[in-house]
Design a protein around this ligand. Structure first.
Ligand SMILES: [Zn+2]
Length: 326
């Protein structure tokens, strides 16, 4: 098993240590042989209240170091964990204004034999072990709603699962209620951060909308896009599912901000690969700053939302159910 980076002291980012407080936040971890699994595991999973899952918009930069912020420090990098679903992608442990968060890239790292479902389960298993309670994500989406323009930002408040994945879960004994799937408190902080960063650009930040999730990797046909429009979709993407289920399963608030990187087929005009590439490479810092600004302003606690009450004990189990637990 290969664990990139130091296994003795967590690959602490020396250049990012800004003060004594940050030094004190560094931690040690080690690898242990797990006889049951017959492999080595990195322990412990560092504790953090927050997580940022990076998508296509921050893929082209070394997040968060590349932003050069004085309020942000990388405490450890190349943290790879053995999970029940396979070896995790590399995480970083970082802090913004003293708030610890784990961050991981979900685009680009995944070898062909690892399904998106397994990758998501690896990531959320780690987040659960870390005690993460608030998650921010970003990604690129295609626009179905004709009001949306390239580079606009949308924080959807609902979704339609048009993926073919089934039973993507960590196996917890929960009934997951998908009413209000997106945390309104996270939405508020993402929107405030985004509007501050986009002042004077003429670009819009929307805080409502329906994200329709497909499996990809291909884009959709014109007929599919027309059907999705009739179904009520505003944007199409490939990442909110299964993450939205897994976030609820681990009892975490979940909110995502998505950039319009192309018009869906048959909407407004044919999109150009040049636009897609321009957005991919030139918007990464803006999105990175928005995520960190939002996290900096966010409470770990479930203030102003009911997200963490929408996970109930399942009725489908071999023990007498206690209605008082509802
Ligand atoms: Zn919430």
């Amino acid at each position: 098993m290969i664990f990139p980076g130091s296994c003795e002291h967590g690959g602490v980012g020396e250049q990012m240590r800004t003060n004594r407080e940050m030094n004190a936040m560094a931690f040690s971890f080690h690898t242990e042989h797990d006889a049951e699994r017959g492999t080595h595991v990195m322990r412990p999973v560092p504790q953090a209240d927050f997580a940022i899952i990076g998508g296509s918009s921050t893929f082209s930069i070394d997040f968060p170091e590349a932003l050069g912020r004085d309020d942000t420090a990388v405490l450890a990098r190349d943290l790879v964990f053995e999970t029940p679903y396979g070896t995790s992608p590399p995480f970083k442990l970082a802090a913004v204004d003293g708030k610890r968060f784990l961050t991981v890239k979900m685009h680009g790292w995944r070898p062909p034999h690892v399904s998106r479902a397994d990758a998501s389960k690896q990531v959320f298993w780690v987040l659960r072990e870390a005690g993460v309670v608030r998650i921010y994500v970003e990604g690129g989406v295609g626009s179905v709603n004709r009001l949306l323009e390239l580079r606009d930002l949308i924080i959807p408040d609902d979704y339609i699962d048009y993926s073919m994945r089934q039973d993507v879960s960590l196996g917890g004994p929960f009934l997951l209620i998908m009413r209000d799937p997106i945390c309104p408190t996270g939405t508020k902080h993402l929107a405030e951060a985004a509007r501050r960063r986009l002042v004077g650009t003429g670009r819009h930040v929307f805080t409502r909308g329906v994200y329709l999730n497909t499996d990809g990797r291909h884009f959709e046909s014109r007929a599919e896009v027309q059907a999705f429009r009739w179904m009520g979709a505003d944007v199409i993407g490939q990442s909110i599912v299964p993450e939205v289920y897994l976030a609820r399963e681990i009892g975490a608030c979940y909110s995502g901000i998505y950039m319009i990187v192309n018009y869906a087929e048959g909407v407004i005009r044919d999109w150009e690969h040049r636009d897609l590439a321009d957005i991919f490479y030139n918007e990464a810092e803006t999105i990175g700053h928005i995520l960190l600004d939002a996290l900096k302003a966010s409470p770990a606690e479930p203030v102003g939302c009911a997200c963490r009450t929408l996970r109930k004990e399942t009725l489908l189990q071999n023990k007498r159910f206690d209605p008082d637990t509802l």
